[in-house]
Design a protein around this ligand. Structure first.
Ligand code: CS2
Length: 502
């Protein structure tokens, strides 16, 4: 079957082929771009942009289309892919039950900041912009995990604080500030800054970082942002692997669509967001978003998700990579790994979690195991392992600290920590090398080599580990034991020691 190039002119033809859903709403000049989104990757396109697509398609919402933004040089690829197809793209949902394709039209335009930085500031300052949303990853927040403050000395932040660069910033905070200052001068409301990154307290961190930045620029504007601005916290969830060349070919074969950069994802999606918006918002509830009044409710959902889903991903990723696996579902098909993940969730993490009315944690865990087992999305271990220094301290360490506090079990969590410590050296149990993609790679590798089987060197990295764990003998002993076993026998021979046989 000949495939059809994705663009606006071909939508009818694609629709007539009857294989994919396509947008039938008006786009371009017929809609307003109420959302400017920084960091258009696979996750944004499968999550927020997908929800907005549903609002536009089913409810005719026309003032919250998205203007996508790329700040980094590598974003040029996304700019070109989207531009070549009128900013349309395909979301392919895959599961054991079958595959479906949805052409999404909610991204209406795209600005690549290095092309024209002032144009981006003007876009955000435009009164039609009500929300600036972010998926910029942990490193985009310039947040010091240890002091909980903005990394003021970072060269990027220093660059943006220099008055000479005010109109042509580099960082998200430079852009947010420049645009908000214009809105302040024009008597407009501040747009809502909505973080969609997978971090605990994502909204509160965004607020604190931006307020700190603004304070160094102009305390008066900072005060206005802090009094009138809104920074909703949220829990975001949808497993979205990296798009592969095979995905592009399969889309053409199966659905007859030629798309330069489709997104593959699972059918499941969830978003719990705090109802804090300073300049209006779309009726997210209509498309299944859980909009909650109380920030505490978001925190509960965040905690469940980070400690169960993301921690399990780490338990699959680091030891899985050492054992030579390539994909999440392959790891989970192995009974040893299945039991490790299940028992870690059930015995070690679950007892630490607060109740959420209406949520059955056991059912949540069962659903997670099903999602991890989905063989059709081909979720890559290197994606799961990426940037472990931003993950392990968020997903694993807090559970260990709390388990020690309540004298609960934590051996499996220590095994995962040990596996990460071994992983950072970049060598599989078979002796094969792999790439460790982490901004702290050099320091981690140096400490791992110096320490051998002793975790103390790695644990001495202050920005990653708190003093409570660094000085806890039970924790150090457990991690050292697991490291020794992994280094001596490899992951597969070590795993049985961490599993209760029934
Ligand atoms: C993964 C997440 O990278 C990771 O550590 O656990 O990207 C995960 O797929 C998402 O949080 C799912 O919502």
């Amino acid at each position: 079957m000949a495939s059809i190039k994705l663009n606006s002119a071909h939508l009818e033809k694609i629709s007539a082929a009857g294989k994919a859903q396509v947008p039938t709403y008006r786009r371009d000049g017929a809609v307003k771009e109420g959302i400017v989104h920084i960091g258009v990757g696979g996750f944004h396109r499968a999550h927020l942009a997908f929800y907005i697509n549903q609002l536009m398609q089913k409810y005719g919402i026309s003032d919250y289309a998205i203007c996508g933004v790329g700040l980094q040089p590598f974003d040029a690829k996304m700019r070109d892919a989207l531009r070549s197809q009128d900013h349309l793209y395909t979301v392919i949902e895959r599961s054991g039950k079958g595959n479906s394709a949805h052409v999404v039209g909610s991204i209406n335009s795209y600005l690549f900041a290095p092309d024209d930085r002032e144009a981006l500031v003007a876009k955000m300052a435009n009164p039609d912009t009500h929300i600036v949303s972010l998926t910029i990853t942990e490193s985009g927040y310039y947040y010091n995990e240890n002091t909980h403050e903005l990394q003021v000395d970072h060269p990027d932040i220093q660059f943006d604080l220099d008055p000479a660069n005010k109109k042509t910033p580099r960082t998200t905070f430079g852009f947010l500030y420049a645009a908000l200052e214009q809105r302040y001068q024009q008597g407009l409301r501040p747009f809502t800054v909505m973080s969609c990154d997978n971090m605990q307290k994502n909204g509160s961190i965004t607020r604190h970082m931006l307020e700190s930045f603004a304070h160094l620029q102009n305390p008066e504007v900072a005060k206005w942002i802090s009094e009138c601005g809104a920074f909703p916290n949220s829990m975001v969830d949808r497993i979205t692997p990296q798009t592969s060349a095979i995905d592009i070919t399969k889309l053409a074969e199966e659905f007859g669509i030629e798309d330069a950069w489709p997104v593959v994802t699972e059918p499941f999606m969830q978003w719990v967001v705090e109802d804090q918006f300073s300049d209006g918002r779309p009726p997210f509830e209509k498309v299944g978003v859980q909009v909650v009044r109380n920030v505490h409710d978001v925190e509960l959902f965040e905690k469940h998700k980070l400690r169960l889903l993301n921690a399990s991903h780490s338990a699959i990723g680091y030891p899985g990579q050492l054992a030579g696996f390539k994909y999440v579902h392959e790891v989970i098909q192995n009974p040893l790994f299945y039991n490790l993940v299940w028992q870690m969730m059930q015995q070690e993490v679950k007892p630490l979690l607060p109740d959420i009315p209406g949520v059955n944690v056991d059912e949540y865990c069962i659903t997670l195991m099903e999602r991890f087992s989905n063989p059709t999305i081909m979720d890559q271990l290197p994606r799961i392992c990426l940037n472990g220094s931003g993950k392990i301290p968020q997903f694993i360490m807090p559970s260990i600290a709390e388990a020690i506090w309540v004298t609960g079990p934590f051996r499996r969590l220590c095994f995962v920590t040990a596996a990460w410590f071994c992983y950072v050296k970049g060598v599989e149990d078979s002796g094969e090398n792999f790439v460790v993609d982490d901004p702290m790679r050099a320091e981690l590798q140096e400490m791992a080599h110096q320490g051998g089987n002793d975790p103390s060197k790695l644990l001495s990295i202050k920005s990653l580990f708190g003093d409570d764990l660094r000085n806890d003998e039970r924790f150090i002993k457990e991690v050292a034991m697991a490291m020794e076993a992994i280094n001596r026998d490899g992951v597969m021979k070590t795993l049985p020691k961490y599993i209760d046989q029934k």
